[in-house]
Design a protein around this ligand. Sequence first.
Ligand code: BJW
Length: 337
Amino acid sequence: MQLNKFIGITDLQDIDFSFCNYAMSKALTEFQEHLKQSRRIVALVGAGLSVSSGLPTFRGAEGLWKNFNMIDLATPDAFYIDPGLVWQFYSWRRHNALKAKPNAGHHALAQLSKVPDLEFLTITQNVDGLSARSGHNKNNLYEIHGSLFTLKCTSFMCNYIEKDNMKVPLTPALRDTEFEYQPVRRKRRMIDYDSITMEQTEELTDEVAISPQFVPVKELNEKDLPQCPVCQDGSLLRPGVVWFGESLPLQELNEIDDFMEGGPVDLILVIGTSGTVYPANSYVDRVMLQGGKAAIFNTDIDDKILRGEVANTWGFKGDGAELLPLALRPLIEKDEQ
Ligand code: BJW
């Protein structure tokens, strides 16, 4: 799936829909007409939805993985090779996700999850727990990449799982790694070739904020990492997230499949995801192949798409946390009455 193929409009950040231009207002009107008629809706959520809550995305210049290879942090092999490094990464993220609060976008989906007579699912790839904490109906929320707050035993012989473990730090040795996301400031050279000579460029620097960087604090021994309370041999616990190469939770996938096959889905809301990871990205095509329409909420929608060339697709460019409550207003306002 390519998110880039969606119809977009002008940049909507800080702009209320009432002030938007013609293309935008046309897209919004069409979208909301379809929304009001939709009986079966799916929301596919990614890291962009939590940006307004202060949590970073994964990919791109602002992403968590710009200074670390994901293969070194988010695979079973990475954990096998250096569980201390991987636990520091997840410990850091647990700490920051716990401090974050659900934003207006999470709350808008939570409201949608409770609209009577609407068949609705949120499929979130996020492991930060913010959708659950926003009051989303738990029966139609699927955290398909797991949760930072689930712990699982690594022993093949043991099926110990603990959910909703909010303890911070999990062990004394992890205390130092639970520091806050500090946007790192880096000098960047600003070059305006029209107004300056090359000799001057060295002096023209500016400080820009870039995204938080994971910096492992120390080497940790296995004995200082979270241990399974059930296993006699002191097996390690691991974060209950889905790493590359691992299966997604089968029961959840089956329930999502049942929903998808239970009748055509009228609309899929694709919110703050790059759509690069399988199988999450396949849901958009599945809905569209059944005749459903897609609405994309993302800060990055290609110019080509902004010209509006793709059928059955709307693109709303901007912060998902701001756009969703406005776009979903017809249904969630009805719900509030
Ligand atoms: C905003 C915004 C704002 C910013 N408002 N928007 C070759 C080799 C090996 C494997 C494969 C292979 N080819 C394919 C695979 C399969 C693989 C895969 O897809 N790899 C691709 C990278 C190619 N998939 C798997 O391995 C999966 N397992 C699997 O397929 O098993 C087989 C199986 C399937 C089904 C049933 C049974 C078996 C597992 C994938 C697990 C992914 N896990 C991670 C890490 C989780 C733990 C953790 O959090 O650390 O999940 S990867 C990472 O990517 C994380 C995310 O959930 C996921 C998606 O990222 P997301 O959310 O899209 O974030 P970004 O950063 O990519 O995008 C953010 C977007 O927000 C951007 O578009 C911004 O523009 C936007 N944005 N600000 C709105 N304010």
